[in-house]
Design a protein around this ligand. Structure first.
Ligand code: MLT
Length: 409
């Protein structure tokens, strides 16, 4: 019999969102009369149509593929230069990152999971708690952890607690770690990190030759001009950070799939024999072996996000979702709940009413209000006692969710 990867057996239950999906399906099957009224504010999935500039660019690209003269086959594994140039110019001007440092992919979820391919065993890995579950599960799958306990905490990982006291930005650890996952604006708490906080992390990482895996998938939602949009705004990040970004949430690409990683020329790791190795070189090698590039129409669509029309249309989408976040914050505050996030991120993070656990709150909202939220404990032990409301929805649905929150809490 074929031998399986035993590390998978350490994983707890299902991945969070399919697990929520299963519970919601069971509910709608047993309460069909309520299914029609169900509003989903669980997974952070966009609801508004693709920007017109993106659609036009994708249509044009498909037409090009339909003509012999303009047809294209395999593209460059790293991504087309037109898109890498657009990213460098629009997202990284004034930083160390150039078009050569950008790797286009089919999204940040894959990138943040796949990145472990290039890191060896024995790294001490720090993750925030609560956290985007992909970071933990992919470390479990690859064998970087021991067993998990009943709260879903895995032996061998260094957990960095994020709570209301530290504004959901972790304190610098006392011990030395090698890889640090940071996500700001944060999923799930909606918190943002200040320049000083990021400076402290960059200083720590450089001091310990650690690498920060900086997930900036929600950068477009930052409203406060003082909040850094990229880790590369922080001097020193060029020797200690790689950054993950996505077109999913700003451009509505959750179903289209496109993202990218920035890896500076100066970022290095060490081999078992003590040699210094360029991280970018390893990622390039990994990419050309395991990936044939995001599709041409998708990359043309992503490029259009940086056109004048695309920028204006994306700004309107961000304004729409952040307007939703504001309404959700106000409704929760009005009913006396303690609310966090939702100011520089499309997620509102709310303390559960006294006496209710995260899953109690999930069940209550599902059964009494026909609203799907995400239980905070699904993001880690420190998420217990909180729930997350996604602001990705239509305005009408968000208004209805606000009314139902007020009616049922
Ligand atoms: C979430 O709801 O946390 C996100 O949609 C998950 C993701 O982007 O993969």
């Amino acid at each position: 019999m074929a031998r399986i990867n035993d590390h998978f057996l350490k994983l707890k239950a299902g991945y969070l969102f399919p697990e929520i999906g299963r519970r919601v399906s069971a509910f709608t099957e047993s309460h069909p009369e309520k299914a029609a009224n169900l509003i989903r504010c669980g997974i952070g999935d966009v609801t508004e149509p693709l920007p017109e500039a993106v659609r036009e660019a994708m249509h044009k690209a498909v037409d090009e593929l339909g003509e012999r003269e303009t047809f294209r086959g395999y593209g460059p594994e790293q991504g087309y230069e037109f898109l890498r140039e657009a990213v460098a110019k629009n997202a990284y001007q004034g930083t160390c990152i150039t078009a050569n440092d950008i790797f286009i992919s089919d999204g940040s979820k894959c990138d943040t999971g796949n990145v472990l391919d290039i890191f060896g065993p024995g790294n001490k890995i720090a993750i925030t708690d609560p956290v985007y579950p992909v970071y933990v599960d992919t470390n479990v799958m690859i064998g970087n952890t021991g067993e998990g306990d009943e709260n879903g905490r895995y032996e061998g990982l260094v957990y960095l607690p994020c709570n209301a006291e530290n504004n959901f930005v972790p304190a610098i650890p006392e011990e030395k770690v090698d890889l640090i996952y940071l996500c700001y604006p944060n999923n799930p708490t909606g918190a943002s990190a200040t320049r000083q906080q990021l400076e402290a992390w960059v200083e720590y990482a450089n001091k310990h030759s650690a690498i920060i895996l900086y997930d900036a998938a929600y950068e477009a939602f930052i409203q406060d001009p003082d909040v850094p949009r990229s880790i590369y705004e922080i001097p020193g990040a060029e020797t200690c950070a790689m950054e993950f970004r996505s077109f999913s949430k700003n451009g509505g690409f959750t179903g289209v799939r496109c993202g990218y990683i920035a890896i500076p020329e100066t970022l290095v790791g060490t081999s078992a024999s003590g040699d210094t190795v360029l991280i970018k070189q390893l990622w390039s090698r990994r990419t050309s072996t395991k990936f044939n590039g995001a599709s041409y129409p998708v990359q043309r669509g992503a490029e259009a996000i940086f056109s004048d029309a695309g920028k204006a249309q994306v700004a309107a989408l961000v304004e729409h979702y952040m307007g939703n976040a504001k309404l959700l914050r106000e409704a929760c505050t009005e009913i006396g709940l303690q609310v966090y996030g939702g100011e520089n991120a499309p997620y509102v993070w709310v303390a559960c009413p006294e006496g209710l656990t995260s899953w109690d709150m999930f069940d209550k909202m599902l059964h009494e209000a026909s609203v799907v939220i995400t239980p905070g404990s699904g993001f880690g032990a420190a998420g217990e006692g909180y729930f997350r409301i996604s602001a990705f929805n239509s305005r009408a649905n968000v208004k209805e969710v606000c009314a139902r929150l007020k009616a049922h809490l």
